[in-house]
Write a protein that binds this ligand. Structure first.
Ligand SMILES: [Zn+2]
Length: 158
């Protein structure tokens, strides 16, 4: 298991059952209280875990798009190669090509969505996103915490 950040600050003791995100949250909160660490918090390695988890989700979505695009394009290319007769007209070829690219773009978007969902689920399960009132891990996107503070906020915003 990878433990995020530089680790080992004197006087810090972690529960060994905690995963990386729980340790990270604990450290961010401790540092947020002390003014001397305010600058440190802004560096990339010490961003809050939820910010970094969101970035990782975004990167996963961006990386999955070209992968999905190429996979669908290759699959369609193979299909077209076997189906289209050699005496097809040039406009037919052009038509098929444009359609293939459109379908591939859609395939890339689907891949992107799946990758983002999977990565986001992993982050939620590992407790990267937490309630800002009671600090319990949130269950999923759009699911508010069960604590009274979060419930009150939910009814207020309606
Ligand atoms: Zn809560």
């Amino acid at each position: 298991m990878r433990i995020y950040g530089s680790g080992s600050h004197p006087g810090e003791s972690f529960d060994p059952r905690m995963n990386g995100y729980e340790r990270e949250w604990l450290r961010v909160r401790r540092h947020a209280g002390s003014p001397c660490n305010a600058g440190l918090l802004r560096t990339m390695s010490s961003l809050p875990p939820d910010t970094r988890a969101m970035r990782q989700t975004l990167y996963a979505a961006l990386a999955a798009f070209p992968v999905g695009f190429v996979l669908v394009l290759v699959a369609l290319g193979l299909l077209v190669y076997h189906v289209v007769t050699p005496d097809a007209r040039w406009w037919e070829i052009l038509h098929i090509s444009i359609n293939s690219i459109l379908i591939s773009a859609f395939g890339g978007l689907c891949f992107s969505a799946v990758a983002a969902t999977v990565v986001s689920r992993i982050h939620y399960r590992r407790g990267a996103y937490r309630c800002r009132f009671c600090d319990r891990p949130l269950k999923g996107p759009g699911i508010p915490c069960e604590c009274p503070e979060a419930q009150a906020l939910r009814t207020d915003s309606r």
